[in-house]
Design a protein around this ligand. Structure first.
Ligand SMILES: Nc1ncnc2c1ncn2[C@@H]1O[C@H](COP(=O)(O)OP(=O)(O)O)[C@@H](O)[C@H]1O
Ligand SMILES: [Mg+2]
Length: 398
């Protein structure tokens, strides 16, 4: 295949390793400076210029988008996606992972363990938020920090309040997060490629530092990952839509707590610690998947008027329980079941003989009109709206 590595650092360890792993495997490979692309929307088809000239055909890209160029970098990746060039990490995935709040929000509905986190903006809400995540000492994080910069441990509530207020006054958004003291300055970095962890290391902060980032002087060692850490890492990467990711987890008393999912993980630390060919695993994965460029399924499916995607839930009492998919009548109603979720397991393309159980969740594509009655009612959190009193506005003259 013909591969482009998008990077502003051609000499960096990670770029060099990816390049030589591709060459070793007989692929054609170029390192292209992300900032030298021009997105061209003038012609009939989405196109790209590189250094002022039309870009030649590539089969795949490896985006290595640094946090200082997220907006432009993801725009370039998105353009490659529009041109049906394979990328292990989509622009959407990269942008979501880059923002620590956004990533936490997305992961939070999928039963992934995470440190208790709060996000507020008004000064009046800060103290409550700190208490809600467990009080001082508390961790404060800039939304887009990397390498440990922008991660602060505040020893007392007053200090935390002062720091947060200062950051807010300079228009910076911050997360408030429980300090997971029992992790004792250590964390786990798992390198996910495709559906598995290909390498993992433990990082240990130096001295009385609590941040274990290699850039903060953290020491690394290879580690055999317990099953639950492996699952948490793979699922987090999948949920974020990243096929290559560095997942950071704390070892807490309640098991793995995912802190962040990095879309351009550095390779030097992990390859040195584990002596494993991570770059090679990434290239192998890409060459296996290159025929399947990412498709924004929802966007493509919803352009058929009257059709769309919905999740249907099999209700305990309803008549679907105990039926096979064939008997369920969905097919007759022009509804196709794409995947089925049962508990934490997923059954892709379920067979027509599959027997439905209560609480099965069916991800379906079909006629919206037909699916409307089957979509579960939204969970109500508030009481019903009450009737107006007889005299809605009290009369000041009485
Ligand atoms: N809630 C927390 N409790 C304890 N340690 C933490 C917590 N959050 C972060 N850390 C430490 O700080 C490091 C950096 O935090 P992280 O969220 O990964 O930011 P960055 O993007 O800068 O790496 C982590 O690797 C971990 O060692
Ligand atoms: Mg980190």
């Amino acid at each position: 295949m013909k591969l482009a590595i998008l990077s502003r650092a051609p000499r960096a360890y990670s770029t060099q390793r990816l390049r030589s792993a591709a060459l070793d495997r007989g692929h054609e490979v170029k390192v292209l400076n992300t900032l030298r692309f021009a997105i061209d929307l003038s012609g009939d088809e989405p196109d790209l210029q590189y250094r002022g000239r039309p870009l030649s055909d590539y089969d795949a890209i490896v985006p290595r988008i640094g946090s200082s160029i997220t907006y432009f970098g993801t725009a370039v990746v998105r353009q490659f996606e529009q041109m049906d060039v394979y990328t292990p990490n989509t622009a959407h995935g990269i942008a979501n992972a880059r923002d620590k709040l956004r990533a936490t929000q997305i992961l939070s509905r999928h039963n992934i363990g995470m440190p208790a986190t709060a996000f507020v903006r008004n000064r009046a809400d800060v103290r409550d938020a700190i208490e809600r995540v467990g009080g001082a000492p508390v961790v404060i994080k800039l939304l887009e920090g990397t390498q440990g910069i922008g991660v602060i441990l505040a020893p007392e509530v007053n200090v935390a309040e002062a720091i947060i207020e200062t950051l807010h006054s300079t228009n910076q958004n911050v997360l408030i997060q429980r300090f997971v003291a029992e992790s004792k300055g250590r964390d786990i970095r798992a390198l996910v490629v495709g559906d598995r962890v290909v390498a993992a290391m433990r990082r240990r902060a130096s001295g009385d530092e609590f941040r274990s980032n290699v850039h903060r002087g953290g020491a690394v060692e290879s580690v055999e990952l317990p099953k639950e850490f492996e699952e948490a890492a793979v699922r987090s990467a999948q949920i974020m839509g990243l096929r290559v990711a560095g997942v950071d987890m704390l070892e807490s008393d309640q098991g793995p707590l995912v802190m962040e999912v990095n879309s351009s993980p550095g390779l030097e630390g992990i390859e040195t610690a584990t002596k494993l060919d991570v770059a090679g695993a990434i290239i192998d994965h890409i060459s296996n998947q290159v025929a399947f460029p990412e498709i924004d399924v929802r966007q493509r499916l919803t352009v058929s008027t009257g059709y769309g995607v919905a999740e249907l839930v099999v209700r305990g009492s309803a008549d679907l329980v105990g039926m096979t998919l064939r008997e369920s009548g969905l097919e007759e109603r022009d509804i196709t079941v794409l995947t089925m979720h049962r508990g934490t397991s997923v059954i892709p393309n379920p067979s027509r003989g599959l027997v439905l159980e209560p609480e099965d969740r069916l991800l379906c594509f079909g006629r919206l009109e037909e699916m409307r009655s089957m979509v579960p009612e939204r969970r109500r959190r508030r009481a019903k709206v009450r009737k107006l009193p007889k005299q809605p506005i009290s009369d000041p003259t009485t």
